[in-house]
Design a protein around this ligand. Structure first.
Ligand code: SF4
Length: 442
């Protein structure tokens, strides 16, 4: 390693989509000969990739910029909060440059200005799969930017613009490189994964000698050919989800669906400007489970949305009981600067939001606990994430990294991250499972 290489640090805040932006910036800088520093002190400058979604995320981002300035002094700001240059400059006038989400070129140019690239980096310093902030055995695959929906609590379409999908051959090429570099699980993400390709007229492109349609089904079919785990996130509840079921039933993609339902009351969904036919959704869930018995469904919900009555909330709890979702995230409604929902009447008092959040989380936990208990005695394929002196920790097909549960294999210290193991489940609690291997690692 060239010890004179300029060192860049990065603080990456926000969602998986922001993490992918950070990875792209780092991959580009690394290709130009920059080194990535892991401490403030070791860095010549620090990039802060911010989140600007909820007011609390904005506050956290502003605090992170302050910390990077105090610890290092040379700071470049990018990401969702970067769209609000005035606020950042007012609070932190010493930042070197500010750019918005996906403005990779602007970030790289700001780095060049503040810290010129080393002379003549002719050899590629980047591994074939690009640089990743995730462990080497899984990676996020971002298939599109932006969103054409207009949910009233969300400003992402304003921040990131309308849907812009990557051409399918581009996405599949990246996926193939990642698989060749040793990635065993791809997490497919976008703001609205189900809409993939709509802006491209679903234009087909050739990959591995065959035409591939640029829609979620064509993409899932092609990704399945890589022979690694393919997990779909952020699928808006469109009717075409039905067409994913045969792919899950035959093992082409994981039997896992992350659909942000957000609520169940038709009144609240209408105010959110989301599809509002939750009775029909229950029927569809039952059909999907008939077709794919081991399907795990993850969802997120917002409680305390403006105008949500006790009756709406009770209806949501009943719907949740009927839907028996496997994994559930719950957020208390918060105003987001610039979102339409801020102006809605009848905002719910904080203490009521808190109380509903607790009741919802407890109901979801009890459902997850029952569904996990039903797995005792079953054999589940598990991808190992970590190994320490006590044993190995992995995830089943029903668990996405960071947000879902884990499978604990006590004493199995011989395993390695990235191993796939058949595990018989001995015990379960809430979202987590405990078990032992019943075959050699693959
Ligand atoms: S679908 Fe998602 S990203 Fe698009 S407007 Fe709704 S919440 Fe925002």
């Amino acid at each position: 390693m060239n010890i004179a290489s300029p060192q860049v640090g990065i603080v990456s805040l926000g969602c998986a989509k922001a993490l992918v932006d950070s990875e792209r910036i780092l991959t580009r800088l690394r290709a130009e000969g920059y080194e990535i520093a892991s401490t403030y002190q070791g860095a010549d400058l620090v990039i802060v990739n911010t989140c600007g979604f909820l007011d609390s995320a904005r506050a956290e981002s502003l605090e992170a910029i302050g910390e990077a300035l105090a610890e290092n002094g040379r700071v470049i700001v990018t990401g969702c909060l970067g769209g609000d240059v005035a606020t950042i400059r007012a609070l932190h006038p010493a930042v070197l440059a500010v750019s918005g989400p996906q403005q990779y070129q602007a970030v790289v140019e700001a780095v060049h200005q503040a810290l010129p690239p080393p002379h003549g980096p002719w050899e590629s310093l980047v591994p074939p799969g690009g640089l990743h902030l995730t462990p080497p055995h899984y990676a996020y695959l971002k298939i599109a930017e932006g969103c054409n929906n207009r949910c009233s609590f969300c400003i992402i379409p304003d921040l990131r613009g309308p849907l812009v999908s990557r051409p399918i051959a581009d996405v599949l090429g990246e996926a193939e490189r990642l698989a060749e570099a040793g990635v065993r699980e791809l997490l497919v993400i976008a703001q609205d994964t189900g809409a993939y390709g709509a802006d491209l007229g679903h234009a087909a492109q050739s990959w591995r000698g065959r035409e591939r349609q640029a829609d979620l089904i064509g993409l899932a079919e092609a990704l399945g050919e890589l022979g690694i785990w393919i997990r779909l996130h952020y699928v808006y509840p469109y009717p075409q989800i039905e067409r994913l079921m045969p792919l899950m039933a035959q093992g082409t993609i994981l039997p896992y669906l992350d659909i942000p339902f957000q609520h169940a009351s038709p009144r609240v969904l209408k105010a959110m400007r989301r599809p509002a036919d939750q009775e029909r959704v229950l029927e569809r869930l039952a059909n999907w489970r008939r077709e794919v018995p081991d399907l795990a469904i993850r969802s997120t919900f917002i409680v305390g949305f403006p105008g949500e009555t006790e009756e709406d909330f009770e209806g949501l709890l009943q719907w949740l009981e009927a839907a028996q979702l496997d994994r559930v995230g719950c957020f208390k409604y918060e105003n987001v600067q610039g979102a339409g929902a801020n102006a809605l009447p009848d905002h719910v008092p904080e203490e009521v939001k808190e109380e509903r959040h607790q009741r919802f989380t407890e109901a979801a936990r009890q459902i997850a606990d029952r569904r996990a208990a039903a797995k005792v005695g079953q054999v589940v394929m598990t991808l190992i994430d970590e190994v320490d002196e006590e044993g190995a920790i992995g995830r089943s097909t029903a668990d996405s990294p960071e947000v879902d549960g884990a499978v604990f294999l006590e004493g199995e210290t011989h395993l390695s991250p990235g191993d796939l193991v058949a595990v018989e489940i001995d015990a379960a609690e809430d979202y987590d499972l405990w078990g032992h291997p019943v075959g050699p690692p693959q």
